[in-house]
Design a protein around this ligand. Structure first.
Ligand code: FAD
Length: 332
């Protein structure tokens, strides 16, 4: 263990900026590094990303390893795993954190395999065990019905962290840090996949993953028209609309709106669950919400066990009345 020191965060880049998840991981990494009394490093891989190193420092990194290469323009398994492995072997951190994103989910297990260590995916909390100094990795299990804490004695300890589970630090541009440029050393012929096209998901209003308020409808909404009522409420609350699986399977709403085990994982401040029962597969996607409010006509519905507040009744009456009240309050 003594050969391994410090915490390393993989910083994703989105639209030419540090991705929100990167700033959240830097905030969490800073806390862990301080508890260990060690350094927080960031690895910034991509094409034309050098200019973002200072931002990583401003959000908490002590040292930023920049791998800037045209071959890293798009995330590709072969290229990214190779360069992050290279940096990890150079830095020898005892903890490596990536986001529980499409990239992190692909990268982390492969990295763990190459570094001959373990990985814990989808963590919602990370802490240092005061006695062993090992990383306590908390993640939801059994479809979100329980939480388990994992530790691993193999080094480095690798974890992916769910979006919005951690708070970024306030950006401080006066922070000082070191930037280390690393040669990618990539061989184009060793990259076996090629990104043909990137299709941006068109979303009107706020993206589900970014929303602080989500109004989600289930099978009990009964059809696509009912979702218009949910949209109106979501718009007033500056939020987004989600769905359980049946409305997506039935074609009432697009699949991109599905929340759950096989859909999106969200953790807004407020999750209003309307006419959905609260299956474990659905809760796997929303149990990280700060407050769940449930509307269901069945007082025995499982969602009430998860909800901080609940209304028993027909959503057709409750949602429009609630929407009117919100309008009144916003107008007043
Ligand atoms: C491998 C696997 C993966 C899955 N992944 C997901 C996933 O990612 N996301 C997901 O959501 N599901 C997923 N499912 C499906 C999951 O098991 C449930 O079937 C689904 O979540 C149920 O959706 P629901 O709660 O909308 O419907 P139901 O369970 O049918 O619940 C409908 C609810 O609406 C209430 N209701 C009806 N009418 C009204 C009314 N007028 N007013 C108020 N309340 C009313 C009822 O009381 C009931 O509680 C998955 C299943 C499997 C096997």
């Amino acid at each position: 263990m003594s050969d391994y020191k410090g915490v390393m965060v993989h910083c994703e880049v989105a639209e030419g900026k540090l991705a929100a998840i990167a700033t959240e991981l830097l905030g969490c990494g800073r806390k862990l590094a301080d508890e260990l009394g060690e350094e927080l490093s960031a690895v910034l891989a991509g094409s034309e990303v050098s200019g973002l190193a200072q931002a990583a420092i401003a959000f908490g990194a002590d040292k930023v390893y920049v791998v800037d290469d045209g071959l890293l323009k798009d995330y590709e398994t072969d290229s990214y795993v190779t360069v992050i492995e290279k940096v990890a072997k150079q830095v020898m951190p005892q903890i490596i954190i990536t986001g529980q994103t499409n990239t992190g989910r692909d990268l982390a297990p492969r990295l763990a395999f190459r570094l001959e260590t373990a990985v814990t995916l989808d963590c919602v909390e990370l802490a240092i065990d005061p006695d062993s100094k090992l990383l306590q990795q908390t993640k939801p299990v059994y479809g979100g019905n329980a939480r388990a804490i994992f530790t691993s004695e193999s080094m480095p300890q690798i974890a992916t962290v769910r979006a919005k589970a951690m708070e970024p630090l306030a950006r401080d541009d006066s922070r000082k840090g070191e930037v280390v440029n690393v040669d990618a050393g990539l061989d184009a012929s060793a990259i076996r996949t090629k990104v043909m096209e990137t299709v941006i998901e068109e979303v009107e209003g706020i993206k589900l993953e970014d929303a602080n308020v989500i109004v989600t409808g289930g099978r009990g909404i009964g059809g696509p028209e009912g979702f218009k009522d949910l949209e109106e409420l979501a718009r007033l609350l500056k939020g987004a609309v989600g769905a359980s699986r049946p409305p997506c399977d039935n074609g009432w709403v697009p699949d991109t709106m599905q929340v759950g085990l096989t859909g999106k994982i969200v953790s807004p401040e407020l999750y209003i669950a309307v006419a959905l029962s609260g299956s474990s597969q659905h809760l796997a996607g929303c149990s990280g919400s700060k407050n769940i409010v449930a509307v269901n006509k069945d007082p025995e519905a499982n969602i009430f066990k998860e909800a901080s507040y609940g209304v028993v009744g027909d959503w057709n009456k409750i949602v429009p009345a609630f929407t009117e009240k919100v309008k009144e309050l916003l107008a007043g």
